[in-house]
Each structure stands twice: as C-alpha cells, then as structure tokens.
Design a protein around this ligand. Structure first.
Ligand code: ASP
Length: 343
C-alpha cells in the first residue's frame, strides 16, 4: 500500500516538473501548443538582402516552402524520422528551382554550378556530406547515402559523383541547372568584373541556400543544408553548408542547426557547433546562444547571415543579422508560418 502510494506520488511530481519546464519553453519561443509528443519542422531559404527581390519571386518561394513543409510534416506526423523529414523537405526545395540549391543553384565564375550539402542525425551523430558536385540533382540525398553507405563523412567532386553512380543515382547534365534569370545575372556579373576586378557582389544576390531542422516523435533531432554556394564563387570553393559544425550540426544533447550566409564567416566561427556547445555546456537557451553567436560574434566581424535551430524540447530559434531570411515552420498545431523580414 505504502509502495503504491509512493509510486503514484513520484509520478505526479515527475509529471508536474515536465509540465512546468514545457510551459517555460513555450513562453520563450514556442508559437504552438505541444502535442502528446512534439514534432517540429523548421526550414530556411537563405539569408540576405531581400529588399530588392520582386514580390512575385518572394511569393514563388513562399509557395515552394509551404509545399516542402507539408511534405516533411506529413512524414513526422506518420511517425517518420526527423532524418527522413529533413531530406524530403530539402528535396522539394532543390527540385523547385526557386532557390540557390539543386535545380536553381547559382553559377561559379566558370558559369557552372557546384553544389554542396550535408545531413546529420542528432541521435547517433552520424553525418554525411558532399561538396563541389556538378551533376547531382539532389545533393541532400547523396549526402544521406554518404552517411549511410560509406565509412566517411564528406565526399567531394568526381569521387562523390562516382559514388553516386555506384548507388544508382543518374548524373544530370549541367543544363539541368540552367535558369534564364540566373544566367543573365551571371553574365552581368562577368561583365562587371571584366571592367573592374574589384567590383563587389550585388547584395541582392547573396541568398537562396536551403536548410531544415526537425524533431520527430521519438525525440530525435536532425539537420540538413543544401546550396549552390555564394554568387561569383571561385570554382572549387566550398562553403560552410557541407562542413559539419560550421553550417550544419545536430546532436540530441543540445540542438540541430542549419545556417545560411557568407560561409567563410560560418566556417571560421564554427557557428552551428558553437551554438550547440553553448546550449550544452553553458546551459543557456537555444535562443540566447544563437543570438550571442549570430548577433554579436558574427556582427562584430561583418559576417552576414543567420540560422534556424531546434532543441530536443522543440524550442525554435530563427536568428539572422541580414535584412531578411526566408524561413518557415510547422509545429504540433499544424499551422505553417512563413516569414521573410524581421517582425
Ligand atoms: N552559406 C552558403 C555558402 O557560403 C551560402 C548561403 O547560405 O547563401 O556557401
């Protein structure tokens, strides 16, 4: 009798502790109420200056992002894994041709896109990545295969493409990535650079990378990022997106992060891993850690960009120091929210 009483009492205490910590989280950054088991999916479509982007183009990107969130969310709702949700969400964005990833990837100075991508499993710390691939329609899926079918984390260039072939992935021609308006921008940039080698990049070109972070019903986090890199990048240049800890990171002990912005700063500051390390070791909230890194450290260095992040309790961070970051989320209340500018 006494034992039963003790059991009931301790369960009640545990329940109250869990409920109160959840409510604290909601007050800080949740926009939706928790379900029996929280599932959350957050995406970004690149940080940068959106002020010159035509509203029609923003609307097209919003539609693609809504579709991607729907696809990823339905995986989570049906008890799929966060890894599957992240991969499927990013594939939709890669296929859309509307972002600097997959079919819409920006050109290098040679006029040919080179794509980078990474995915990470927060449960096992397994990770896979590819960089500088030129014939892969969905680099995020190749990154996943690197993670699951090789002893390595990162494959680059031809080796990555040979591996893709060995896995039955068709290599696409560079014309697959052809996009009239991107090609025009490339030609304009080439002409400007030919005239003046020090000409800076037009600010309205520096965004379009895609990324996703998810929390599944089993409580596992995952993160993924896919990009064509920055505009006017040198052939062979690799950014932060495929580098685990710089642009992509996931660890159930702390958080999942996908970054976007001028990759060189994110590499030097190991941004994704730094945010998660602060959460883990300093016991600060994800929001606080992200703000310290993106709004203080990066701003002090003029490192433009932002991150989306998710911790294992479902707290969300969407922090950026640029004029905008295309971003969206869907939580247990099934409402899809998409934003571009600061609000
Ligand atoms: N971070 C990406 C890179 O440097 C670019 C971006 O996010 O827009 O390759």
């Amino acid at each position: 009798m006494k034992r039963t009483y003790l059991l009931v009492f301790s369960s009640l205490v545990l329940f109250l502790i869990a409920t109160s910590s959840r409510m604290k989280g909601e007050a800080s950054s949740r926009t939706s109420s928790p379900g029996s088991r929280d599932i959350v999916l957050v995406v970004h479509g690149g940080a940068g200056d959106y002020s010159k982007m035509p509203p029609e183009q923003i609307a097209i990107r919003r539609a693609a992002m809504t579709k991607a969130l729907g696809v990823g969310y339905s995986i989570l709702v049906h008890q799929g894994t966060s890894l599957d949700a992240v991969e499927a969400t990013i594939r939709v964005l890669e296929d859309s041709g509307d972002f600097d990833a997959g079919r819409g990837a920006y050109y290098t100075r040679d006029g040919v896109p080179e794509l980078d991508s990474a995915i990470m499993d927060g449960n096992t710390l397994s990770a896979g990545a590819v960089a500088s691939v030129k014939h892969i329609a969905n680099p995020i899926s190749l990154a996943r295969l690197v993670m699951e079918k090789t002893p390595h984390v990162l494959l680059v260039g031809e080796g990555a493409e040979q591996f893709a072939k060995s896995q039955g992935i068709d290599l696409v021609s560079p014309y697959y990535f052809y996009n009239e308006s991107e090609w025009k921008r490339y030609r304009d940039e080439s002409a400007a650079q030919a005239k003046d080698k020090s000409a800076g990049l037009a600010q309205d070109q520096v965004h379009g990378t895609v990324g996703a972070v998810a929390l599944d019903q089993a409580g596992n986090l995952a993160a993924g990022t896919s990009t064509g890199g920055t505009t006017w990048k040198m052939p062979g240049r690799v950014g932060d997106s495929p580098l685990i800890g710089a642009g992509t990171y996931a660890n159930n002990e702390s958080c999942a992060i996908s970054a976007t912005g001028v990759g060189e700063y994110f590499i030097r500051n190991v941004v994704a891993a730094d945010i998660c390390a602060r959460v883990r070791y300093l016991h600060v909230s994800l929001e606080e850690a992200a703000n310290d890194v993106v709004m203080k450290e990066l701003v002090a260095q003029h490192g433009e960009g932002g991150i989306i992040g998710l911790d294992h309790q479902g707290h969300i961070a969407m922090v950026f120091n640029s004029n905008g970051m295309m971003r969206g989320m869907v939580g247990p209340d099934e409402t899809i929210t998409i934003k571009v500018f600061k609000e």
